[in-house]
Design a protein. Sequence first.
Length: 342
Amino acid sequence: APQAAAFPDAMTIAEKLPPSHAAEATWLADELVPRLPENLLQRLVAHRGFHCPRMSDERPLECTGPALKMAWEAGLKLCECDVRLTSDGELLLLHDETLERLMTGSEASTSASPRDGSPTDSPGSTDSPKLCPARESPAHELQAYELMQPEVQLSRLEDALETGLATGGLLVIELKDDPGVGKAVAQLLCGRPELLPAVGLVMSFEVDELVGFTTEFRQLQLNQVIARPLVLLLTCVPAKGLEPQYQTLDLSCPGVLQKAEDFLSCKDMGIDGFYVEWTPELLGEQRETFEYLCKRCTMGVWQHFGQTDSYREATELVKMGAAFCNTDLPRDFFADSYLKAL
């Protein structure tokens, strides 16, 4: 199997980035961040770091060292990344189940190019590492394969948190659906409690993984004086065809407050609040319910790429009490009227 080199220092990677990335970093640090009011700056969460799906050539690859470091060094406080558990027990930052999209930008290719120059898998091979779920591969193999931006590789959670400590940034950790990932994250944080100041919160759609995290953390902290990070349950707006494992929290439903209380009172889950999906109704008919929940517990808002992602909505959500607000930081985050006002 191809062997990965030792994980390079984030600054070393950043120095190798193309000029277009440097231009975006300058825009972020000199134009966007200085215009953000402090109360919004403390709550905006850079989705997968300083990354935007429609600007994949101009910004660092999602969930990588440069994407996080660039955001934190520019002055953003919070970055969100997804965490998966590999077959050898390592925790890597990776959203998708496989490496397909990060290697090719699509989900159709079946060949891969290891970093060590080994021959690629033949087209149609079912043994291609990028088609194999990350949970079935060891970390060193996953880190050895060349991504769309060959200067970078998949990051370990441990390295990302160390970068957060060095830059004053906080990482919002999303536990993916790999069995045992919640327990493994708790073991890392309790085994290295010095990393905890770099954790903004832990969240997941996966109830079992949240229970695994909170249960393991509770057991391991018995002999230590350490505080557990915030734990939030990710929820979706109800939709036809929604996969059953995704929890829904319909703020327009008459029984939503009781459902929220049921989640909050579940001792095994131990959640502190919810990270709900954006819908325009949050600023309309669901506003009162959302504001009530913001007073009752910790609330965050996430959105699909292509939904609204602007200063206007983010500011309004913060005014309503949202503690966290995801953003891809698009170039049109500010409208002209807001730029003049700021």
